[in-house]
Write a protein that binds this ligand. Sequence first.
Ligand SMILES: Cc1cc2nc3c(=O)[nH]c(=O)nc-3n(C[C@H](O)[C@H](O)[C@H](O)COP(=O)(O)OP(=O)(O)OC[C@H]3O[C@@H](n4cnc5c(N)ncnc54)[C@H](O)[C@@H]3O)c2cc1C
Length: 380
Amino acid sequence: MTAPRRIVIVGTSIAGITAAEELRADGFDGTITLIGDETEQPYSKPPLSKAFLAGSETDDDIRLPDLDHLDIDLIAGVAAHGLDRDRRRVLLDGDEVPYDGLVIATGARAATLRDWGGNPDGLDETVLRTADDARALRALLVDGHRLTVVGGGVLGMEIASTAASAGMDVTVIGTTAPMLSALGPYVSQLILDRALDAGVIYSVASKGAVLEAAGGRTRVRAGGETIESDAVVTAVGCVPNVAWLRDSGLSVSPGLIVDERCRVASDIVAAGDVVSLQGRARTPHWSSALGQGRSAAAALLRGDEAEPYVARPYFWTHQFDLSLKVAGEGIPDHEPELLDGDLADLTALWRWSTDGSPVAAVALNRHIPISRLHAHAGQA
Ligand SMILES: Cc1cc2nc3c(=O)[nH]c(=O)nc-3n(C[C@H](O)[C@H](O)[C@H](O)COP(=O)(O)OP(=O)(O)OC[C@H]3O[C@@H](n4cnc5c(N)ncnc54)[C@H](O)[C@@H]3O)c2cc1C
């Protein structure tokens, strides 16, 4: 294959920046153009629901390292509107950028209840995806006020935890027990217990929640109940940012489908939350964005000779007094094996096995190298 000379990366968050770093680290000395629709300097998203939302981390604390050393042409505050694959052009508003290698790293947006039919009147929804969203949500965290969080997944529970620490009366509406699909029933119960101890009310409404207008406010209907509060935040997953690829002929449902080297087409690769690996559930986590950013860059430069991407799902979460690191997928329903730790002081290293083979491991309130956690989870 002929190595590209002009590489364009769309998306200026962790997947796009990692791809740029990897291209340079791999010796690529052609031009790199990085296009992003946000105007602020690239930042890290995980603190947005934790310390940054609480106000204990600042804008400077969450900034990603600057890009000066990478010799990049940065086009910031400009969205890509389309992709002309025949002419190899990324289309901007009234402009276009030519490429001979393209990295798509446009991530995902927050899903809303409107996406799931739970907002028939089209009310405004407060969501948390960007630094601006976090600033807006922080302004709603008022001691003594009531907050309803729709969504009992990782993000919803982190918001609930931060809001409860700020002195709010928090109600969470989930379609299942907290974080059940990510963590299985055993750890989910532990999280529920800690949430209840912190004063959070948790309701399961298997058919989901519906927003309705109530005077100047929004209230939530769920499982036959109506919940009034001062503020409502929706945390119901994320949707890959693929609308701009609508006319590109690429396969974009449920995300941008990539092969085992993160390739979408011969001159196009993709990484991060926008991606769907063939035949697997999406893993919209920080570590996936890093790993795929590296693999995507290598595949653009070396094609079939690049190492395939090895999916080793991993994420972490901090909520209430729990710090959890999770390796593996599909935690089974049965109780885990306790490898180490003591639940009496809220520390544990758990492992789940299926048919005698390890499939997942979770560390609770413990420092453990990620590689060791992967090993416990049976991930080479
Ligand atoms: C609040 C929050 C907390 C999180 N906490 C954790 C955690 O604790 N642990 C964990 O493992 N993961 C966590 N995650 C997930 C993690 O942050 C994401 O997996 C990661 O940010 C994905 O990176 P990305 O570069 O693929 O996409 P994104 O971070 O979504 O970035 C995509 C970028 O592309 C831009 N863009 C989109 N469309 C266009 C376009 N058409 N033209 C130009 N630019 C465009 C976007 O504005 C954005 O800047 C969290 C996410 C959020 C939102």
